[in-house]
Design a protein around this ligand. Sequence first.
Ligand SMILES: NC(=O)C1=CN([C@@H]2O[C@H](COP(=O)(O)OP(=O)(O)OC[C@H]3O[C@@H](n4cnc5c(N)ncnc54)[C@H](O)[C@@H]3O)[C@@H](O)[C@H]2O)[C@@H](O)CC1
Ligand SMILES: Nc1ncnc2c1ncn2[C@@H]1O[C@H](COP(=O)(O)OP(=O)(O)O)[C@@H](O)[C@H]1O
Ligand SMILES: [K+]
Length: 488
Amino acid sequence: MIRAHTVEQVRAAEARLLAQLPEGALMQRAAHGLAHAVLDLLGGGYGRRVLLLVGSGDNGGDALYAGAVLARRGAYVEAWLLSDKAHAAGVAALGQAGGVVRRLDTSSASASDYPTTEQPRSSSRERAQRATVSRRSDFDVVVDGIVGIGGRPPLREGAAAALEAVAGVPVVAVDTPSGVDVDGGELVGPHVVADVTVTFGTHKVAHLVDPASTASGVVHLVDIGLDLPEPALEALQPADVAALVPRPGPHAQKYTRGVVGVRAGSAAYPGAALLCVAGAECGLAGMVRYVGDPSVADRVRAARPEVVGDGRVQAWVVGSGSHDGAEEALRAALADDVPLVVDADALAFADRVGAAPAVLTPHAGELAAMLGVERDEIEAAPLRHARAAAERYRTTVLLKGRHTLVAEPGRPVRVTTSGTPWLATAGAGDVLSGVIGALLAAGLSPYDAASVGSWLHGAAATLASQGGPIVAGDAARALPAVVATLVG
Ligand SMILES: NC(=O)C1=CN([C@@H]2O[C@H](COP(=O)(O)OP(=O)(O)OC[C@H]3O[C@@H](n4cnc5c(N)ncnc54)[C@H](O)[C@@H]3O)[C@@H](O)[C@H]2O)[C@@H](O)CC1
Ligand SMILES: Nc1ncnc2c1ncn2[C@@H]1O[C@H](COP(=O)(O)OP(=O)(O)O)[C@@H](O)[C@H]1O
Ligand SMILES: [K+]
């Protein structure tokens, strides 16, 4: 499991640890982890050219101490101090290791004000090294130590101008890309876009949740020994999914494995019925029933001979492509008093679900309609809105997107990091609702069914895609192979 904690949780854990350790020990752990990640990225230290952007807090301290390690490994390291309050001991350490420190006046900053070739007092060895640093774009890497968990977004003007001055150089962010909303994962103004983020102790919400996660690049976690409580957010990993995926026991029967019923599709959208059934037929439940318009039911049975008609089920999937039959389909499903997946057209009636165990599966547009806000507000703050919807409906809400979120009152939000943008294709959501229904029928809780189903759906898309285009049915067909690799 990958876990992410809030700034407040990290600070509390850090305070407990600091009380037991010699002064500065924690920052040294962080700085060494950071330096080694930069060395890995650069393939070594000698002859490499590193620029540190240093803010006023401990985030800058981490960058400066890491810079000292890199300088001792033979790198040319230059620090631009963006504040006159930069970490004093870190500045001294970098100087002693042979690094170059520049104090910048960020009050009048524009990108063109930043240093290019001219260098301050220096030894001949330093001058010789620096001769290779002829243009600002000649740095091999920028280490973003502007702000970490102490930052309040957006980035201040001076820091933003410094960034602009080195645009195009790969960036390693210290702890978080500076300027992002660390706990909310929102982007509210200028911020760093990192290639790699080296974080400490635990992931932060912004590393996993969109839109901020797109600014984090590859996230590398350095263990600094924090003892942490239940996280704010978690991302299932293959081993977690494998532990949760239902398997038939030696004496399994189709009924003990669970029966999933599908009330989806309509004469207007027969394909939704086929795709939802294809997801439900991933093999994780014992049987699939289909109930709907007779012409659609004929097509489902023709395509899928295993599918049977109405009868007892352990879970219903309702709404994908149901069109104007959604309200009636939801009413009929609710009458059975079993867990259900409420998708697409049925989401307009989500209030009727009441206390029934359920997974609501909106995309951003559907959630916008449910909450009475604009779609772009959901896209700018998916975590906030997924949580709000889970509270409003008192149930499990799965908000679809690049990093799908599963929110349930009182539980860490689960974020799906499997998948590929090729999955953004018509009907993919219908397949997802079917898979989640199968997992509910097999006995998983709504929270586990939603997060495991979403992970499998993303992994199946990646497997089917192989880096190229797919249609929704391709993801459905790849589901059994994904499950096989997990449980095999
Ligand atoms: N908490 C922990 O467990 C650890 C923290 N460490 C480092 O310490 C960092 C936190 O340090 P601090 O609490 O000193 O805070 P930061 O260094 O993250 O930032 C605080 C400083 O940045 C300035 N600032 C705030 N918003 C800004 C903005 N939008 N633009 C420019 N400047 C802004 C503030 O004036 C403040 O002085 C972590 O992110 C991490 O890098 C590590 O050294 C080790 C362990
Ligand atoms: N950029 C993306 N990267 C990865 N997955 C995506 C992306 N955009 C959408 N998806 C996934 O594709 C599916 C689309 O579902 P949905 O929007 O309901 O489409 P439809 O209504 O056509 O079935 C969801 O599972 C969603 O998480
Ligand atoms: K940073």
